[in-house]
Write a protein that binds this ligand. Structure first.
Ligand SMILES: Cc1cc2nc3c(=O)[nH]c(=O)nc-3n(C[C@H](O)[C@H](O)[C@H](O)COP(=O)(O)O)c2cc1C
Length: 476
């Protein structure tokens, strides 16, 4: 399944899930349509062309992975899986692929489609690309939302691919917002400690899998290998001339430059994944662009955060859920049915379903989960439920919470855990961002599991019989 964004778009068009929209305004209209369409699992991907003030053919793609069919296709999974099946299938895939990572290291090629056009030196103009202003109170136009930012660790040589928001300043300067602790942040700090600018390349349009691997907390230096393993074909990279970084040969739009030492510019606010505007304008790092490469008729991949569910929430939380299942299994937690990072609230509400095997199993799973890098930053609530509950079904989770937990004995608080500058509950000004975790054990009490009241159930035989007899009449 070696395929670029153009191949992905052809497939999505073929299954009737691509809508072309002409003449939308970059100023709020694209953001508004994207955010209205995002929560609809039956809604199409949107491909904007002839965008106001921009050359026809310079396009923007949004809502790339908001339907189960598109998400399954991007992840190379069978179509029509339920949410629970998707998480479990992806978990098995990650477990299997980890052993295969060595088989799919990026493969260096001399050239690729992204080299069709280039701008250098004074000719650089990133304003050429139709960058939306996504939300009314954003501090500018954010070109980087569905991006893939490529950096190198100067000590280990590890290459990271991360998604961080990027705001346009002018033709040659773009703002870059890193939360402390991100891999791109560490790389930049290390270059700057050597008093050297950090080399950086950014892809703004690509197969959505680059974005998926960029926006979840993958092990350091593993993103290209995981993309290759998921597609069962190595990522083709070009060694970019100015920075020497390996960049995707089939990128749509690629920027190369430097993050200079000690240079900051006001950035934000930006409508964030919490559903609130975060960070008042404050100094953020910048990228000084030296070169831009782009394909003919380039496509910018946009993914504005928003009050959830948003453009990326289904995609990234499915990935995080599967990765958490895999990580906890590796830590030795037995009998996990699944983890579900909620689309509403993301890491702030995570549910894990287990088959309780021993006293304390539920607490152990929840505490480890709450401190995993995949769930730790700005986490809040972790709920553990029994394996008869589907953690992807919030109605079932709430039923377990209401009937199987007693607040006085089943809620533990972990204090002074890592939060982030986006946390709306932390009052500003603040120097450090920490918050607490509530671990909620909503499992039947282990000590008297077998005495717990019998739940009401319809047997599968009765259900089958009644559906066969009356199902059509009731649309069941
Ligand atoms: C649309 C979108 C925008 C994001 N913007 C930022 C950002 O501006 N800064 C940041 O630190 N993380 C941001 N993230 C979260 C990171 O992508 C995520 O934590 C990822 O794991 C970072 O990559 P890393 O683990 O390689 O550092 C964003 C995620 C998404 C989906």
């Amino acid at each position: 399944m070696e395929e670029d964004l153009r191949g992905w778009l052809n497939y999505v068009d073929k299954i009737g899930q691509l809508r072309r929209i002409e003449g939308a305004d970059w100023n709020l209209e694209i953001g508004c349509l994207t955010n209205l369409n995002a929560p609809n699992r039956k809604g199409p991907a949107l491909l904007f062309d002839s965008i106001k003030d921009h050359e026809a053919g310079f396009r923007v793609l949004t809502n790339s992975n908001c339907s189960p069919e598109r998400l399954a296709y991007t992840l190379n999974l069978p179509a029509s899986l339920s949410d629970l099946e998707m998480v479990r299938a992806l978990w098995q895939k990650f477990a299997a692929l980890e052993g295969e990572l060595g088989k799919f290291p990026p493969q260096t090629v001399k050239t690729g489609p992204v080299m069709e056009n280039a701008m250098s030196g004074d000719g650089v103009d990133v304003l050429k690309f139709p960058t939306p202003k996504w939300h009314a109170l954003d501090g500018g136009r954010f070109i980087g939302t569905g991006d893939a930012i490529i950096t190198r660790d100067p000590d280990t040589g590890d290459i990271n691919v991360g998604t961080y928001r990027m705001m346009l300043h002018d033709r040659k300067t773009i703002g870059l917002f890193f939360a402390p602790g991100q891999h791109g942040f560490f790389h930049t700090e290390k270059w700057h400690a050597r008093k050297q600018p950090a080399p950086v390349c950014i892809s703004y349009g690509h197969h959505p899998l680059y974005f998926g691997m960029g926006c979840v907390e993958m092990p350091p230096g593993s993103e290209y290998a995981f993309i290759g393993a998921i597609r069962q074909a190595p990522v083709k990279v070009i060694q970019e001339e100015i920075t020497g970084l390996p960049v995707p040969a089939d990128s749509e739009i690629l920027v190369a430059g430097w993050i200079p030492v000690g240079k900051w510019k006001p950035e934000g606010p930006f409508g964030e994944w919490t559903g609130y505007y975060a960070s008042q304008p404050k100094p953020a790092r910048v990228v000084e662009v030296e070169r831009v490469y782009y394909r003919n008729q380039p496509v910018l991949l946009g993914s504005p955060p928003n009050r959830p569910p948003s453009d990326a929430s289904y995609f990234k939380e499915t990935l995080r859920s599967a990765l958490l299942c895999h990580e906890l299994t590796k830590m030795g937690i037995p009998d996990i049915k699944a983890v579900q990072v909620s689309e509403i609230g993301a890491r702030q509400l995570v549910t894990i379903a287990i088959k309780q095997r021993y006293a304390g199993h539920a607490k152990q799973a929840a505490v480890l989960l709450s401190q995993s890098r995949l769930a730790a930053v700005q986490g809040r609530y972790v709920i553990v439920v029994d394996d008869d509950i589907d953690p992807t079904n919030m109605q079932e989770v709430l039923w377990a919470l209401c009937t199987r937990s007693d607040p006085e004995k089943d809620i533990d608080i972990i204090r002074r855990a890592p939060s982030s500058g986006l946390d709306p509950i932390i009052r500003r000004p603040a120097d450090h961002f920490m918050n607490s975790r509530a671990i909620i054990d909503a499992c039947k009490p282990f000590e008297w599991f077998n005495e717990f009241p019998q739940e009401i159930k319809i047997s599968s035989e009765l259900e089958k019989q009644v559906r066969a007899k009356f199902g059509k009449q009731l649309g069941l």
